[in-house]
Design a protein. Structure first.
Length: 335
């Protein structure tokens, strides 16, 4: 069997629009590709015609895993110099291609204990990973892929997403004393949050947050009776402590609704690999059934989710060897 060209496979996948919710076509194409190379493939069904792709050529003791959904807007692949552009080039279809190439390199050397777990839905709640975790597995090791500049992640931050909801009283704007502005209440809380002390960790640093969405009011000449904001904390520790500090800042002025929690994760490392910590989250907390986790991948998170998303082709090709080397090290240790 010929070797996998990770650039060609990446472009095949990138050129299929798989923004979250539209992963059906890319899952089908990937399944065909892997079956053609002799893999046993499970297309695990998800909602709305989507599926995960889980493949093996033997009994896996180690799996490579990443996601094939992408954030919008879609744009196809192109090569400029030594850079491969396109939606998913670094997050995470290029990574997926490198993992397939590494698995094939290992299989060519006689190592058949490597599987592939490729999932939908990572960018919107990890429903694909949660479904994959329900499948029984004998795998001892999970090598997940996200853009790490080919460094092993020592830890990743968590996510604590909340909605703050302020209630006021509507009135004619000519008589503001008759009303109570929900927007001003909300702004006061957001202002106090900027001066608050948030939890810190010696490895991951200090918790930070983004006010991502704000809405409120009914008309310019009406005292606003309602307002809300959605906030994403990039957490470094226990979420109960974070919520307690947020409540102390809010002092009852707004209601707090917890929307999403993903815990921070400490990860395994290996000799000979550069390490770093990262402020994003991954599917790893939802793939606990697939073995002790590690995180590694080509590309920079700084260009993921942007209109200039790309990966350096030499870095993509180098990742194939890194994945194969790490897998061999782990399987040798596991034996």
């Amino acid at each position: 069997m010929d070797q996998v060209d990770p650039v060609a496979l990446a472009r095949l996948l990138i050129d299929i629009d798989s923004t979250t919710g539209r992963e059906g076509e890319v899952a089908a194409a990937l399944s065909r590709y892997l079956r053609d190379r002799g893999y046993s493939v499970l297309e695990q069904p998800l909602a709305n015609g989507r599926s995960n792709v889980i493949a093996a050529a033997g009994e896996p003791r180690l799996v490579f895993s990443t996601h094939f959904d992408c954030v919008p807007p879609f744009f196809p692949s192109r090569i400029e110099g030594d850079l491969l552009y396109g939606r998913g080039s670094c997050d995470a279809k290029g990574i997926l291609a490198a993992q397939v190439a590494a698995a094939e390199r290992l299989r060519a050397s006689g190592e058949r204990r490597v599987g592939l777990v490729f999932v939908a839905g990572e960018e919107r709640g990890s429903d694909g990973a949660m479904a994959a975790n329900a499948i029984g597995s004998q795998s001892a090791f999970l090598i997940n892929g996200e853009p790490t500049d080919n460094r092993l992640a020592a830890a990743t931050r968590g996510v604590f997403r909340v909605k703050l909801m302020a209630e006021g009283r509507a009135a004619h704007s000519g008589y503001p004393e008759l009303g109570e502005s929900a927007i001003e209440k909300l702004i006061d809380v957001l202002h106090d949050m900027r001066r608050a002390a948030w939890p810190a960790d010696e490895v991951l640093g200090t918790t930070h947050y983004t006010v991502g969405l704000i809405s409120g009011g009914v008309a310019p000449n009406v005292i606003p009776p309602r307002a809300e904001a959605e906030i994403v904390f990039r957490s470094v520790g226990d979420h109960a402590e974070l919520l307690e500090r947020l409540r102390a800042v809010a002092t009852g002025r707004v209601a707090i609704d917890v929307v999403l929690e993903v815990p921070p994760v400490r990860l395994g490392t290996a000799p000979g690999f550069e390490t770093a910590v990262f402020s994003y989250t991954t599917d790893i907390p939802f793939l606990t059934a697939w073995g002790a986790p590690m995180l590694l991948g080509p590309g920079s998170i700084h260009v993921a989710h942007t209109d200039r998303e790309h990966v350096a082709i030499p870095e993509l090709r180098h990742a194939v060897g890194l994945y194969a080397s790490l897998a061999s090290q782990l399987l040798g240790r596991g034996a």
